[in-house]
Each structure stands twice: as structure tokens, then as C-alpha cells.
Design a binder for this molecule. Structure first.
Ligand SMILES: Nc1ncnc2c1ncn2[C@@H]1O[C@H](COP(=O)(O)OP(=O)(O)OP(=O)(O)O)[C@@H](O)[C@H]1O
Length: 356
């Protein structure tokens, strides 16, 4: 069952087009992340679904209700869309207790007091806040405040929840914990949610599907695995993961593979759609796919190691060819002395994209 369907949505601020024909679906029990660089339109899309921004064209259907069909008159106001909202700007009420904050949406809907008490207590227990109901927001940690905001959005079981950077005001450590907590909650409650994030790791770990926005359009969508392992464009490849990039010219195409040549190096890789011989191109390989090997072989580069950097769970090596303008990074388990190394870049993990 489709809980949310957006079709060819356009939105313009003044004469600045921000959404340029976005279509997407959210199925029941699914968590979809909107990922993309700053200014790509993620928050605007979420706010348009919430009814907080006015699109100029397209349609939005929530459950069985068409809440927007391209005409201003058709628009159903935000408060009637029955959505759970966890927005950065939707702060907790400082003078209400945790319990009162979470109870508020039920009070608004005139739910009986006894039922309110039960439901709020249930939600607080689920969020690990059962013992904090009497506290005020300023007596909570940032992570706990965030949980209260989530509880307030979920307490009336909205069919669709919208989350805008729900973890962004937490520090790195708390954020990691909150990510695990949010994923657990999503599974436990079977939430259908659309979440904005600019953090690629957050999108991959929390969601079932990712929509990557680029300048108001969907660049690519798919499961986190698809987005990471089979990017269709240079933009997607570069946005997901840590990468090495080499610029050169395509000198041969064969069976879906391309040969790219640069200043003193040659590599084979998977040719992206539209790559042609003679074209300027970029080869991309994830940092973890580059291996330091013992001797020369196929699809290799021989480069001087500049330095080894300690990352705690592994080492990161930095290679820089003399006189060239690229660096190659790789991971390994030991510190290495600066010397010439052989690097294997397996053909199946090198993607070759036409240069824009
Ligand atoms: N109220 C507004 N009036 C005019 N322009 C706006 C308004 N809100 C956003 N914009 C513009 O719309 C574009 C998209 O903004 P949006 O907030 O949707 O991006 P985003 O992808 O969520 O970025 P971020 O990750 O920085 O939050 C930006 O160029 C922004 O400057």
C-alpha cells in the first residue's frame, strides 16, 4: 500500500525554481531518505508534503487523500494532513513537562484523559523516557530532547511521519547512538517515514530507500546497497562513499568496459552510460577498493606513498604521483614507510563517467 505519492512536483520561490518535477512514493512500513547537497531542495520537498510550502505544479496524495493537485484551491492545509512532524524548528515547549509535550497532539484531538495518560506513558516507555515524564526540556540531554520530539510526533500514530534532519543538533557521539535508536524504533513501530538528511551514513543506515536530489531533481533512487554499489552517474558515485578520482581520456571501449588513460597511467573500468571513445572522463573508485599489493599486475598504479595516517581501526595511506594533480587514498592494517607501492584498482570496482 502506498502511503505517500508525489507526482511531477514543481515549486518556485520568486523566480528561483527549487523543485523541478520530483516524483516519488513511500510504501507502508518503509523509510525513505532524501539525501543531497545543501540547497538541492530536500527540505522544500518535505515542507511541500507537509503543506508548509506551496508548489506550483504536480500532485501530492497522502493515503487516499489528494492533498494537492496543481491548483491552489485544491490544497488541504497542513493541520488536516495528519502527518507526524519532527522538524528541527519544531522545538519542545519549554514550560511544559515531557509528559505534557508528548500529550499535546492528543489533547488537540480531544482524546479522553485516561487514554491520553496510557498512550503517552506507552510512547515514553518505548523511547526509554518512561521515568522522565515530569521533567522539563531544559532538564534533559540533547538526545533525550530529540526523543521527546519524536514521541510527540508519533503519539497519535500518524500514517506518515516526516523527519527533517532529526539528529542534526546532536554531537557526533550522541548522533551515532541516536541513529541506532531511531532505526530500532522504526522497526519496532513499523513506521512509514520520509526523512531529510545530508549525512550519507545516516541515510544508508536508517532507510530502506534513498532518493538523491541534485538541483531540484531526483538524480538516482534505490536501496542503500544499490546507491552505494551501482551509481549510475558521477554525481551519485561522488556523493556516496569516500572516493578516489582520476581524470583522463577514454581510449577504448569493449563489452561495457572502458580504458582510460592519463599522464603516465592506464586503467580499465566499467563504462557508465553514454561514455564514448576519445572523450574526457573521470574514473572513480571507492577508497576501500584500492589494495596495496606486493608486485606489478593488471589494472595497477605504481605510486610513491606520501604518508600513513592512523584512524584507530585501520591506517589510511596517501599516495601522490610526482608532478600530477591527483591523490590516491587506500586503507590497510599497518603503518608503511614512504616508498614506491603497487596499487591494485580492480576493473570491476572502477567506474568511468564522461566528464560533465
Ligand atoms: N523561503 C524561501 N525563500 C526563497 N528561497 C528559498 C526559501 N527556502 C529555501 N529557498 C532556496 O531553495 C533552495 C533549496 O532549499 P532547501 O532548504 O530545500 O535545500 P536543502 O536541500 O534542504 O538544503 P540544506 O541541506 O542546506 O538544508 C535553496 O537555494 C534555498 O536558498
Amino acid at each position: 500500500m502506498i502511503e505517500l505519492a508525489v507526482e511531477n512536483l514543481h515549486l518556485t520561490y520568486g523566480d528561483n525554481p527549487v523543485l523541478k518535477g520530483v516524483s516519488m512514493e513511500l510504501k507502508r512500513g518503509e523509510v525513505v531518505s532524501l539525501l543531497g547537497p545543501s540547497g538541492s531542495g530536500k527540505t522544500t520537498l518535505l515542507r511541500a508534503v507537509a503543506g508548509l510550502e506551496k508548489p506550483t505544479q504536480g500532485s501530492i496524495v497522502i493515503g487516499k487523500n489528494k492533498v494537492y493537485d496543481g491548483t491552489p484551491r485544491s490544497e488541504i492545509p497542513a493541520e488536516e494532513r495528519n502527518l507526524g512532524l519532527v522538524f528541527q524548528s519544531y522545538a519542545l515547549w519549554p514550560h511544559k513537562t515531557v509528559f505534557e509535550n508528548v500529550a499535546y497532539p492528543l489533547k488537540l484531538r480531544k482524546v479522553a484523559t485516561k487514554e491520553i495518560n496510557q498512550r503517552v506513558q506507552d510512547v515514553l516507555e518505548q523511547l526509554g523516557l518512561g521515568h522522565l515524564g515530569k521533567r522539563h526540556p531544559h532538564q534533559l540531554s540533547g538526545g533525550q530532547q530529540q526523543r521527546v520530539a519524536i514521541g510527540r510526533a508519533l503519539v497519535y500514530n500518524p500514517p506518515v511521519t516526516l523527519l527533517d534532519e532529526p539528529l542534526s543538533n546532536l554531537d557526533a557521539k550522541l548522533r551515532e547512538e541516536a541513529r541506532v535508536f531511531l532505526r530500532e524504533l522504526i522497526i519496532k513501530l513499523g513506521l512509514s517515514a520520509l526523512m531529510v538528511t545530508h549525512d550519507q551514513n545516516e541515510a544508508m543506515s536508517i532507510s530502506d530507500r534513498i532518493l538523491l536530489l541534485n538541483n531540484g531533481k531526483i538524480e538516482q533512487q534505490g536501496t542503500p546497497q544499490e546507491m552505494y554499489a551501482t551509481p549510475k552517474t558521477l554525481f551519485t558515485a561522488e556523493f556516496m562513499g569516500s572516493n578516489n578520482r582520476l581524470h583522463g581520456k577514454v581510449t577504448e571501449l569493449r563489452d561495457g568496459k572502458a580504458r582510460i588513460e592519463g599522464n603516465g597511467w592506464v586503467l580499465w573500468g566499467q563504462a557508465a552510460e553514454g561514455v564514448q571513445s576519445g572523450q574526457d572522463a573521470t574514473a572513480v573508485i571507492r577508497v576501500e577498493r584500492v589494495a596495496v599489493v606486493d608486485g606489478p599486475g593488471e589494472n595497477q598504479l605504481a605510486l610513491p606513498l606520501l604518508t600513513s595516517m592512523y584512524l584507530g581501526d585501520r591506517w589510511e595511506y596517501l599516495f601522490r604521483p610526482s608532478g600530477d594533480d591527483f591523490v590516491i587514498r587506500a586503507y590497510g592494517n599497518e603503518v608503511r614507510d614512504p616508498q614506491l607501492c603497487h596499487l591494485s584498482l580492480p576493473e570491476k570496482h572502477v567506474w568511468i563517467f564522461a566528464k560533465n
